[in-house]
Design a protein around this ligand. Structure first.
Ligand code: SAM
Length: 351
């Protein structure tokens, strides 16, 4: 990882989806934190008088502070995000958040035996060696009782499968060219979330999709909203959640567990007959260079990325958003994806 990678999220993702409108972002994070609590049958007073770690932008830390947490350590490797949080807390008279710039896989500069709850949402799959984070974290946890909550990219969901394939193509393109094209194709502020998500998916320096079984520790791991699956392109969440509710009795099992650093590869997967068309698509992606080639790669990538997320399509010519339902179910999405890829194949043959 080079120096610049440390600022990737602030420079290419969060400027679109976090810092554009702070009030809206706070509302969004409050909703998210509440839904994480509800999923676990908890209410917002759960944070009351507890000491937390929040890794990432720090907005969960702000929400936890509003919900009565005693103290929150906000950790991020990004200098600009940490400076932003420190200034935000200063301006808003928040005294129970300490924002620290650090690489959480190398050093967590917090007192031992002090942490009750760790909110680790959306970060595991972006670390080179996330198991090192757990190693650094263990001594910081309260020995009597603590909670570590993870939200991780899920292997075999529609968006993660397609993105893993698209990342093979984005490697051959330039982030700034794609960013410019996204700004041209989607000029409206209301598409900023989409642009941030696209740059995150296509260019995050580290990316992996994990299977829940990689986190299974008997008597320690609890899967929230877990469905047993190998792959599943329906409307299930593109993440899974796993909690470790730790205490004197089970902490040794947690310490001994081999946490996964790498996700599971989705591009050599063989789908069953309900998803047969996905095998055909996978074959095209795996042989992209021969069957499609490198012409207009950026445009092709953006066109394919449109299928990753259900979103209203913006018609550039009429300047109107079309609430398009053609991607509503996974068979239709697969058919559309195959159709687009076959169009690219035909174009290649004509050249
Ligand atoms: C997808 S983002 C944030 C997700 C989080 N749910 C949020 O919104 O705050 C991932 C964050 O992890 C941070 N990060 C990535 N690797 C890190 C590391 N080794 N140490 C500390 N922070 C890291 C990035 O800078 C980024 O802010």
């Amino acid at each position: 990882m080079n120096l610049n990678d440390k600022e990737f999220f602030s420079q290419s993702v969060h400027k679109y989806i976090v810092y554009k409108d702070i009030d809206e972002t706070l509302k969004k994070y409050r909703k998210r934190v509440l839904s994480e609590l509800h999923l676990r049958n908890l209410t917002e007073d759960f944070f009351k008088d507890r000491v937390l770690i929040d890794v990432g932008t720090g907005f969960q830390a702000i929400v936890a502070s509003q919900m009565g947490a005693k103290f929150i350590y906000h950790l991020d490797q990004s200098k600009s995000q940490v400076l932003w949080m420190q200034e935000y807390c200063r301006l808003n008279g928040i005294h129970n958040i300490k924002s620290i710039q650090c690489d959480i896989t190398k050093n967590i500069p917090i007192e031992d035996n002090s942490i009750d709850i760790v909110l680790f949402f959306g970060v595991w799959h972006h670390l080179i060696t996330p198991s090192d984070f757990i190693r650094q974290l263990i001594p910081k946890l309260h020995v009597k009782e603590s909670y570590v909550w993870l939200r991780v990219y899920r292997f075999g969901s529609w968006s993660r499968w397609l993105v893993e394939n698209l990342r093979q193509i984005s490697k051959k393109t330039d982030l700034h060219v794609i960013e410019n094209l996204l700004n041209i194709r989607y000029p409206h502020l209301s598409s900023d979330q989409y642009k941030g998500d696209a740059l995150d998916d296509l260019f995050a320096p580290v990316w992996g999709a994990f299977h829940p079984r990689q986190f299974y520790i008997e008597c320690v791991a609890t899967f929230i909203n877990y469905k047993d699956f190998e792959y599943n392109f329906n409307d299930n969440d593109e993440n899974f959640r796993v909690d470790f509710n730790l205490n004197n009795e089970n902490i040794e099992l947690f310490k001994k567990f081999n946490f996964p650093d790498k996700g599971e590869c989705q591009t050599d997967f063989k789908f069953n007959k309900d998803y047969e068309i996905a095998n055909e698509i996978q074959n095209i992606f795996n042989n992209w260079d021969e069957v499609i080639g490198s012409d207009n790669l950026e445009d092709k990538l953006i066109t394919l990325y449109e299928l990753v997320r259900k979103k209203p399509i913006f018609n550039f010519y009429t300047q109107v958003y079309i609430e398009d339902n053609s991607c509503a179910d996974f068979t239709k999405r697969l058919e559309l994806l195959l159709h687009i890829l076959n169009t690219f194949k035909k174009e290649q043959k004509c050249i």
